[in-house]
Ligand binder design. Structure first.
Ligand code: MN
Length: 262
């Protein structure tokens, strides 16, 4: 008997499961009953509930899945983007379909009233915003730009140096117990602040203790790094710093101090 094996790993929350095809092959079990023994048609599957296609969409990555593979492997990037972020977009659209009073609000408007939102909308809105920014503030080598003079002046003022900022950011990433994000934000007084938020919260949420306009954020959920780094969050955090797209972070900083939304 020859079985064709399709290797289709299904990964959720950092756990690998072999596909049914592989398991069946290992056990020498036919995948389907032969024609002679299949006497009844399978019952039609119940119709899946319609998945709203909007109003929010999964943005395309601005680079290939393997473009950051010196630090983050392609499989992690694809799963993180398509499965994790994709599920948040779907979850947000599905939850909003049952909340007509929120129709037409932008993602930022939803976050600004997070304290009033049901958990499914709050968490998925946060996740959609966080990941959408995360993809753009990383870049492949050669496309990371430079820290602008204005941002460097603010970093020097508030942290002493770029290394000082990196050290505080690293500490925030390591001190976040469990899942969450670490951030650099422009606070209400215009100064830069480093901190972290739990789960999919972010500094735009009205009830976030860390409040301000994020210019840089890093995902420290295990799904962001587990395939390559396993439990070694510090190794991921240190390597991640080399991916920062300083051109985009500088653009976000200048938009924030100008008072414009970004
Ligand atoms: Mn994530």
């Amino acid at each position: 008997m020859t079985l064709r094996i399709d290797w289709q790993p299904t990964v959720r929350a950092g756990t690998l499961f072999a596909s049914a095809a592989v398991l069946a092959a290992c056990m020498s079990v036919p995948l389907t009953a032969s024609a002679s023994t299949q006497t009844t048609q399978p019952a039609a599957a119940p119709a899946a509930p319609a998945v709203p296609q909007g109003p929010f969409q999964l943005p395309a990555l601005p680079y290939a899945y393997d473009a950051l593979s010196g630090v983050i492997d392609a499989q992690t990037m694809e799963l993180h983007h398509q499965r994790h972020h994709g599920a948040q977009v779907t979850g947000l659209n599905t939850a909003l379909a049952n909340a007509p009073q929120l129709a037409g609000l932008s993602l930022e408007q939803l976050l600004a009233r997070s304290s009033t939102l049901p958990p499914a909308i709050r968490n998925n809105a946060g996740g959609h915003w966080n990941h959408s920014v995360f993809w753009t503030i990383m870049a492949p080598e050669g496309a990371r730009g430079e820290v602008s003079p204005a941002l460097m002046a603010a970093i020097t003022r508030d942290f002493g140096s770029l290394d000082g900022l990196r050290d505080q950011f690293r500490a925030a990433s390591m001190n976040r117990f469990g899942s969450g994000w670490s951030w650099v934000v422009v606070g209400a007084d215009g100064r830069l602040v480093v901190g972290s938020t739990p789960n999919q919260d972010n500094p735009l949420m009205d009830d976030s203790p860390l409040h301000g306009t994020p210019i840089l954020g890093s995902d420290v959920w295990e799904h962001a790094y587990y395939l390559r780094y396993q439990n070694r969050r510090a190794a991921y955090v240190d390597a991640w710093w080399s991916l920062v797209n300083w051109g985009e972070v500088s653009r976000r900083y200048e938009a924030a101090v100008a008072g414009g939304a970004s």
